[in-house]
Design a protein around this ligand. Structure first.
Ligand SMILES: Nc1ncnc2c1ncn2[C@@H]1O[C@H](COP(=O)(O)OP(=O)(O)OP(=O)(O)O)[C@@H](O)[C@H]1O
Length: 229
């Protein structure tokens, strides 16, 4: 069974059809890239996969469940298993919260926080993404962009996801730290068997990082591209 199976997805904003009959599937442990120019519908596809924006039509099967027809109450327990990582590393963390609270929050919301071992779990997650757990005391603005993106990934991992939807996860980062974050994502995938829907406009990064890539143009999949393997 694919981890994710998207069929004939359509996303509209009023008269604008941002995603037009897009279909693809993604296996557990696989990285599938969506590549294409600005405005071709990559982010809209990501939002619809995550059900953060309900599509006009089409189906999104995640771990065998069709999501588009589920009410929010039935989606809620599934949401932790599909986590977004967005382009702006600072945007996904509240500026008012310390990093350790941002990473602990999903555990608390999902009823998995335990005062005895919760702090150790947060430290373990920070360590797993290559951050010294002492950084947990800091606020997002006290971290570099790359460190902040790592903290965002730690927060996503706190939910024990199976799928990460990575929307331009390194595009806003200094070129010198991009490779480190991509290597971290590759290690996490090897260790945890995560599936990645990897949205990226940079073909060189896609070739290096993705197993398979789909090219989008004007809301449609225009062609498959060879990936790195
Ligand atoms: N909230 C919105 N309201 C109206 N139109 C939107 C909205 N979001 C996106 N669009 C339009 O939908 C189309 C697809 O946008 P989308 O952001 O999905 O593309 P993208 O490939 O991710 O581009 P970028 O890389 O610039 O984010 C564009 O024409 C865009 O202007």
């Amino acid at each position: 069974m694919p981890l994710l199976d998207v069929r004939d997805l359509v996303v509209r904003y009023g008269a604008v059809t941002a995603v037009d009959q897009v279909s693809f599937s993604l296996e557990p442990g696989e990285t599938l890239a969506l590549n294409g120019p600005s405005g071709c519908g990559k982010s809209s596809t990501a939002l619809a996969v995550l059900q953060l924006r309900r599509p006009e039509s089409g189906e999104v099967h995640f771990e065998g469940r069709e999501l588009t027809t589920l009410p929010e109450s039935d989606l809620r327990p599934l949401r932790p298993r599909m986590q977004p990582v967005f382009q702006d590393p600072y945007g996904s963390l509240s500026p008012r919260h310390r990093i350790r609270d941002a990473v602990a929050e999903p555990l608390k919301i999902q009823g998995r926080w335990n005062a005895d071992d919760g702090p150790a779990r947060v430290a373990e997650l920070l360590d797993r993404v290559g951050l010294d757990p002492a950084y947990g005391d800091r606020h997002p603005h006290e971290l570099s962009g790359g460190q902040c993106q790592r903290a965002g990934i730690a927060r996503a991992l706190a939910s024990d996801p199976r799928l990460l939807v990575l929307d331009e996860p390194v595009s806003a980062l200094d070129p010198s730290v991009r490779a480190g974050v991509l290597n971290l994502l590759a290690d996490l995938q090897d260790d945890l068997g995560l599936g990645y829907l990897f949205i990226c406009h940079d073909r060189a990064v896609v070739r290096h990082f993705a197993d398979r890539a789909l090219e989008m143009r004007a809301g449609r999949i225009s062609s498959p591209q060879p990936g790195s393997s």
